[in-house]
Design a protein around this ligand. Structure first.
Ligand code: PLP
Length: 450
């Protein structure tokens, strides 16, 4: 029964990013199965999953092709490593396919088991790159406040979220942070485009502060996801690219959320016009059906690693796991066959933008932003000034509760309500989602006025 699950859950399972006592008090919701864009829980509720699990189930739930690919590979060869100058057909096929769907500078991939491990790989790889070029002092990586790059020591150090550094003595040495391109909070009267250039200029200021000859790389998510779907101004990324080029520092695009169609292009760097040297991926590569991550390695870095490298002392037992790679191949082929990236770019992405724009008339809504099939709605106390509600009200969490109560998963980041639904979502399903969002906003408003 649900109560038995909840009891055992609270007794034994330490959930990630969760207050253990609160979980024990309230009991977790037990998700038992899913189909398309809908989850089902142990109490018989049907829930529209506007978060694609955790930004990953891009092709929706219940896709038999992926199940069959995993089953076939489990029967044929469930595991073999890639350490002993050995490889498996699915890992090779996936490496080749990734080279096909990613921008042309990427012909090589290093596999990991997750996005966090991918970003750990990035830290080691960029430092190795500069070592091989005889510039071992060049080890500093610049990241941004409010970024999320994972939970391993290096991933959490690259990340810039308040609470994470306080636990565990982070960041590790050689990682520094600059401000994020959040116009609503930091724009100070500038137009979005003006602000984009100013915010990119903070990179140049940071490079000069650290010393240009010390800086190895800059890393950023094309759209900051877990930070609250912060869509940067169009002027931001081209200017970041120009500054990286000017100082010869490597540009790393963390595509763990933005990759595989989320923004309406295969990768977020294509949406925002950058040419990264390295690109982290995970989540959407298998649509979350099985864990897999990695780093696409551009020619600039790959040539040095391969030609001057010797052995790169880095890797994971599950680098190139054959079952995960077989699922990824099936998933990418499915995205191609169903034209999901083009569908987000030409149809559902623009439609979601229209629908979110229409939410501006709601008394609680101070700002809306979308990019492809991700979006954010900011709840404010005063629409005219954009003044926020007192933090203690935790209105985002109140709204999240009303969403859940009405059969919708929408995430709260402070008072930003965010979504990233499966890319298979139809216009009619977007309409259904908007009905649920409005209902949750109305209930939240009633609470705020109480
Ligand atoms: N990078 C970004 C942008 C992410 O959003 C995440 C996870 O949400 C990660 C890295 C870490 O990936 P994982 O949880 O697979 O380790």
């Amino acid at each position: 029964s649900t109560q038995e699950w909840q009891r055992a859950d609270a007794a034994h399972f330490l959930h990630p990013f969760t207050d253990f006592q609160s979980l024990a008090r309230k009991g977790s919701r037990i998700i038992t199965r899913a189909e398309g864009i809908y989850l089902h829980d142990s109490e018989g509720h049907k829930i529209l999953d506007a978060m694609s699990g955790l930004w990953c189930v891009n092709v929706g739930y219940g896709r038999q092709e992926l199940v069959e690919a995993a089953t076939r590979q489990l029967q044929e060869l469930p595991f073999y490593n890639a350490f002993f100058q050995t490889a498996t057909p699915p890992a090779i096929e996936l490496a080749e396919l990734l080279a096909e769907v990613t921008p042309p500078q990427f012909k090589h991939v290093f596999f990991s088991g997750s996005g966090s491990e991918g970003n750990d790989t990035v830290v080691r790889m960029v430092r190795r790159y500069w070592d091989l070029l005889g510039q071992p002092q060049r080890h500093v990586i610049i990241s941004r406040k409010n970024a999320y790059h994972g939970s391993t020591m290096a991933g959490a150090s690259l990340g810039g979220m308040g609470g994470m550094h306080a636990q565990g003595g982070l960041p590790i040495p050689g990682i520094v942070h600059m401000e994020q391109p959040y116009w609503h909070e930091l724009g100070r009267g500038l137009s979005r485009d003006e602000f984009g250039r100013v915010a990119a200029g903070w990179l140049e200021a940071k490079i000069l502060e650290v010393g240009a000859d010390q800086v190895a790389a800059f890393i950023g998510e094309p759209v900051q996801g877990a930070g609250g779907v912060i869509v940067p101004p169009e002027t931001y990324w081209p200017e970041i690219q120009r500054i990286c080029d000017k100082y010869g520092i490597l540009l790393v695009s963390d595509e763990v959320i933005c990759g595989f169609g989320r923004t309406g292009q295969w990768f977020g760097c294509e949406r925002f016009g950058t040419r990264p040297d390295l690109m982290t991926f995970a989540k959407g590569v298998t649509s979350g059906y099985i864990p897999l991550g990695g780093v696409m390695v551009g020619d600039r870095v790959a040539n040095v690693l391969i030609e001057r490298g010797g052995e790169f002392n880095h890797g994971y037992t599950y680098s190139g796991h054959p079952v995960a790679c077989a699922v990824a191949v099936a998933n990418i082929r499915l995205i191609q066959r169903e034209g999901l990236v083009e569908r987000v770019r030409d149809d559902t992405g623009p439609y979601l933008a229209e629908c979110f724009d229409a939410l501006r008339d709601h008394p609680l809504v101070g700002e809306v932003q979308t990019c492809g099939l991700m979006g954010a709605v900011l709840l404010v106390k005063d629409k005219a000034s954009g003044a926020p509600f007192p933090e203690a009200l935790e209105l985002g969490m109140v709204c999240r509760g009303h969403c859940f109560g009405n059969g919708l998963v929408m995430r709260a980041v402070g008072d930003r309500m965010i979504i990233a639904p499966p890319l298979v979502m139809t216009r009619a399903q977007i309409d259904d989602m908007l009905v649920l969002i409005r209902r949750a906003l109305d209930l939240t408003l009633a609470d705020a006025q109480r």
